[in-house]
Write a protein that binds this ligand. Sequence first.
Ligand code: HEC
Ligand code: HEC
Length: 352
Amino acid sequence: MVSRNILFATILSITLAVVVTACKKEDNPPAPQPAPSDTSVVKMTPYELPYPAYFPKAYIADDNKLYEERIQLGRMLYYDPILSNDGRACASCHLQEKGFTVPGLYANTMPVLPHVNLAWYTNYMWDGSKKGTVEDLMLFEVSEFFGTDLNKMNASAKYRELFKKYYGADNITYKELSYALAQFIRTLVSKDTRYEQFLQGKINFTKDEYEGYRIFTTEKGDCFHCHVNPILTDNLFHNIGLDTLYSRDIDKGLFNVTGIQADMGKFRTANLRNVALRDRYMHDGRFTSLEEVVEFYNSGVRRVSTLDPVMTKPGKENGLRLSDVERKQLVAFLKTFTDSTFITNPALGRPE
Ligand code: HEC
Ligand code: HEC
């Protein structure tokens, strides 16, 4: 019996010890032990980037996995002029209703690039002058393009609290800003163009749209070689024969970045999603309508040494030679790249 009592007492004291420890824990929550990729001090909601199975895999940085809270923080920054020193926000030049670009030219030189499906990009800017992850690009945007004033950021009680909560940061640096912006930028996914609705059998094309689709996706127009489905760009560089002389630096394209003669006049293939919402086309905005762009491919391609071989395939030495009707049909098809869901989605718009 004695031994049973001792056993009982031992069990009792162990139980008490556990209860006491448990109470202590509640009084004094332990400091969280963050994994390297998850440095928040609160629990966050993981976010699955919504895109269809026919898309390639998106690039998401291992150390910046998507969370709803961080996306919202990035979205606040995107629409907040606090990032710049002159009253502009990212959204001043990247307007949702225009597919995250803006009409006209920036500084009289080039159209503003749209933000669409950048989670699939590794080359950025018209001439590819930036490479890497979306985080790398955002680092450039805040530290160089905007030259964000970090004292101003750290003086904001709101942002200090949010960056502490969601990134565990006591001090906001360019790294935190670029990581948060990258979260939001990756959610700018277009996947519901009229073209996709047609492919899924949800809508019918008009006869013109259908014929234009055939020109675009067959050897007749050859557009699909570079404007590859479904992202509508191969994210690579091509000389499509816009110029013969490269007297202006802006026309030299990738050559400005690499200094290699073979890169002269090469530009990153433009993404055609929402292309009909734009009013300036090509790296210098030289064309102001889709009709002009199509006429260029039809009859304006210049024979230069670095011209992409696709542009002068046998039978196309003198251009595509499309009829008036075919050119109209191709334009009608280009308009089916408009994604009205994307440009009106409240989750991508200005936060309340
Ligand atoms: C004053 C207008 C303006 C503002 C404000 C602006 N941008 Fe841009 N953005 C541009 C222009 C112009 C380009 C194209 C530059 C080039 O190709 O050299 C561009 C390009 C980009 C690209 C590259 C897209 C691609 O397809 O490669 C990204 C991403 C981007 N901007 C993000 C931002 C972010 C984030 C902010 C806010 C921190 C911002 N921009 C603010 C004008 C602006
Ligand atoms: C060899 C690759 C290649 C082929 C083939 C090609 N494109 Fe392009 N496309 C590009 C590149 C590169 C640009 C960007 C040029 C620049 O920045 O000056 C571009 C730009 C465009 C633009 C302007 C987009 C904008 O936002 O400014 C449109 C529209 C377009 N292409 C449509 C077509 C059509 C239609 C066809 C078929 C008739 C076609 N492309 C064939 C590579 C190609």
